[in-house]
Design a protein around this ligand. Structure first.
Ligand SMILES: [Zn+2]
Length: 735
């Protein structure tokens, strides 16, 4: 069996994602690899598939207990023999695993790095054939990473003690050049193939909100999200408890997680969130390492985190299933102070300059008015695909972040900027933002009098502005590179070349005032049959309880949604659905087919034609279109339609069913292409259809269908919906 066959058989995917194939190919050809793939980029497949292809055992070293457990459970669901060794095992369980491992009962064994320090484990692996060592979270080996683990330093020694050197594969989600070199050297990789994946996650929407009342804003945000799954990160345990409590008082189901809670309570809350019993998780950064819940629809940061690495990792827990998800950061200047305190209270011996630099980078992210996605990508040293320019003011933007989608007017603040810069200059470029603000406000303090700053021409020059406003403008100037902030613990403001250009009047400064725009579309998803989706989810929940696994380990939301679009009622059709492998089909396939068939029958859904149509509609990022040639198939149909051919003529010309042709044209109509609706909506029933839509709403088709005579088809209703939607838009435009 080859890698692709395994992918299909076990995982139910039909093609590899970026980088996976190359990494797997090199591993199975016995070359070491170094893979830098973003969170959610499918790292684990890269060692799991070679593990299945190799003779002997694959050791996976991972520091994340919950991730190990999830992966082992998931592998077992696929029918792969895998086990884990970490501190959660009893001595007896440990012995049992050792005995089985010696009998070569496992393909994969997950091990916590601390185990490499124990004799019993080192003895064991000396006796079995290890063909691959996969090191997950490999940045932990480096002191320059953000998560150094001393026991990772043992890995190279362990490998060299094996009778035969296995292939070594290292993976991480974030690594600067320095960390990457460290990984290669310290793990002693031999001429590794390197792959650096794109860090971009196009399905994530990024936004920074500067809010006066964070809680009120959070409340209305989560209420809007209704029953969707989300994580709210707070900077401290205290804030975590407060936010969770206040949400509960508002009748919103939220649970909390932080290191101050008892072990039992923590795991109970985590469980409730993972099993969709509680929609919201309010947590400190202690939560989430190794959590791989695919259907998290939003991650809110109630406070600014300490660096971009943490932010992107935490925010990246949204939308793992590839569907649209939101990452919102609530920023206030207080967050900078909190983070400074964290750093100051850290190890007094250590050099904190790196931490201060990282803090100032994320502060800039919060204050920039450029594309947020571009800011993230360029922080991680990735080529900026969204601007295509080195000059960011020329940015075209990603069209899916708070700044790119912001349509508020810009305000010219050149004069304000000049006042601030000139004041900094007159004060000798020796002070931080608070003292400069005091002088600009004309504060009556001893310190100002001592320095005689009350004699400056800029003293009190901004007395009509709020302190917050002045500081906000300063932060903006820093973020956009119009002003420098230097020094770590007590940073001071210094002018740069751009500052002088502003002072000379050669450079205009503009800022957007209204901060949080409405989240704009970009999520025109094909409607799915909500009712069927609910039924499938219910079945999944029941099975998850029976098998004691998390729901997504049975089938992901995306897989269920695809079922709702394709109505697979046979084994062959079911195996075509992304995420349905042979093993899963054996276990669950019939049960899902039963529910779908029943639904299809109840709703008189004609299956003919759906297959082909949904094939071209499939667009989730986890799934590559299977027939790329047919991607614009509906447009070919449309071309024939414009030539005046009838439905049946087009059908025979294109070798399609008439229903597929109608679906193609419906798709064209939805895309705004012009066509004559009267050919598809029987005039006899048009008024009745309109009334039924009026009465039942546009969300679900079934009630509309039921309110109408039998002979009115679903297709007719869909065309009618499309027509009224279009008319509605035109009316709005006229008003
Ligand atoms: Zn953008």
């Amino acid at each position: 069996m080859n890698a692709l066959a395994i992918l299909q058989k076990y995982y139910g995917y039909h093609s590899f994602r970026e980088g996976q194939k190359e990494l797997i190919d090199h591993i199975i050809n016995h070359r070491d690899v170094m893979g830098i793939l973003p969170t959610g980029g499918g790292k684990s497949l890269c060692y799991q598939i070679p593990a299945l292809l190799f003779e002997g055992l694959t050791l996976v070293i991972s520091p994340l207990i919950s991730l190990m457990k999830d992966q082992v459970d998931t592998l077992k669901e696929y029918g792969v023999s895998a086990e884990l060794i970490n501190s959660s095992l009893s001595q007896r369980e440990f012995q049992e695993i050792i005995i089985n491992a010696k009998k070569e009962a496992y393909k994969l064994l997950y091990v916590a790095p601390e185990r490499l320090e124990t004799d019993s484990f080192m003895e064991l692996i000396g006796e079995i054939e290890v063909s691959l060592v996969a090191v997950d979270e490999a940045h932990c080996v480096s002191q320059w990473g953000h998560d150094f683990r001393p026991s990772y330093r043992r890995i190279a020694k362990m490998i060299s003690s094996l009778p035969k050197r296995p292939v070594v594969a290292a993976f991480t989600a974030t690594a600067t050049e320095l960390v990457k070199e460290d990984i290669i050297n310290l793990l002693r990789l031999q001429g590794p193939f390197e792959f650096i994946g794109s860090f971009d996650r196009p399905n994530l929407y990024f936004e920074v909100r500067k809010s006066r009342n964070k809680f009120e804003e959070l409340k209305s945000y989560v209420k809007e999200k209704k029953a969707e799954s989300g994580i709210i990160y707070c900077a401290t345990r205290k804030t975590t408890d407060e936010v969770c409590e206040r949400l509960n008082r508002e009748g919103i189901t939220a649970v909390s997680y932080h290191a101050g809670l008892a072990e039992g309570e923590r795991s109970q809350n985590q469980e409730a969130f993972l099993f969709d019993k509680a929609e919201l998780m309010v947590a400190t950064n202690a939560f989430g390492m190794g959590i791989d819940k695919p259907n998290v629809r939003f991650v809110v940061h109630y406070n600014m985190p300490k660096n971009m690495e943490s932010y992107y990792q935490e925010a990246g827990r949204a939308g793992r299933d590839g569907e649209a998800a939101e990452c919102i950061l609530f920023f206030s200047t207080q967050d900078i102070m909190t983070n400074r305190l964290f750093i100051e209270n850290g190890n007094p011996e250590a050099d904190h300059s790196g931490e201060y630099q990282k803090l100032s980078a994320i502060t800039d992210y919060c204050n920039t008015e450029g594309c947020l996605r571009s800011a993230i990508l360029s922080y991680f040293g990735q080529q900026n695909v969204y601007t295509g320019h080195s000059d960011e003011s020329q940015a075209a933007g990603c069209n899916n972040c708070g700044n790119c989608n912001n349509e508020t007017e810009k305000t010219d603040i050149t004069i304000e900027a000049q006042k601030i810069l000139s004041c900094i200059k007159r004060m000798g470029e020796q002070y931080g933002s608070t003292f400069v603000t005091d002088v600009l406000k004309g504060a009556n303090t001893q310190k100002i009098r001592d320095f005689r700053f009350d004699n400056l021409s800029t003293y009190g020059i901004m007395k009509d502005y709020g302190k917050d406003m002045i500081k906000e403008i300063m932060a903006f100037l820093i973020a956009e590179g119009y002003l420098n902030l230097v020094g770590d613990q007590y940073p001071i403001l210094r002018l740069n070349l751009k500052s002088y250009e502003i002072l000379k009047g050669n450079l205009k400064v503009e800022i957007r005032r209204v901060i949080h725009p409405e989240v704009k579309a970009k999520r025109a998803e094909k409607p799915i049959q909500e009712e069927l989706f609910d039924r499938l989810r219910l079945l999944r929940m029941k099975l998850a309880r029976e098998h004691e696994v998390q729901p997504f380990m049975i089938f992901a939301d995306t897989t269920l949604k695809e079922m709702c679009q394709r109505y697979p009622c046979t084994e062959a059709a079911m195996l075509e659905v992304t995420g349905v492998g042979e093993r899963k089909f054996e276990k669950y396939g019939d049960l899902f087919i039963e529910v779908i068939s029943k639904y299809v029958e109840e709703n008189h859904i004609e299956l003919q034609g759906i297959e082909e149509d949904s094939d071209q509609e499939a667009n989730s990022s986890t799934k590559q279109p299977k027939k790329t040639a047919g991607k614009d198939s509906h447009k070919q149909t449309y071309a024939l339609y414009r030539q005046g051919l009838g439905i049946n003529e087009i059908a025979s010309e294109r070798n399609l069913t008439p229903m597929t042709v109608e679906n193609h044209l419906l798709k064209c109509a939805e895309e705004g292409l012009e066509l004559d609706f009267s050919a598809f909506i029987p005039s006899l029933y048009e008024e009745q259809i309109a009334a039924a839509i009026e009465a039942c709403g546009v969300e679900f088709l079934k009630p509309i269908k039921e309110a109408l005579p039998e002979e009115v088809t679903y297709t007719a209703i869909k065309f009618a919906l499309c027509k009224y939607k279009e008319r509605g838009i035109k009316q709005e435009a006229c008003e």
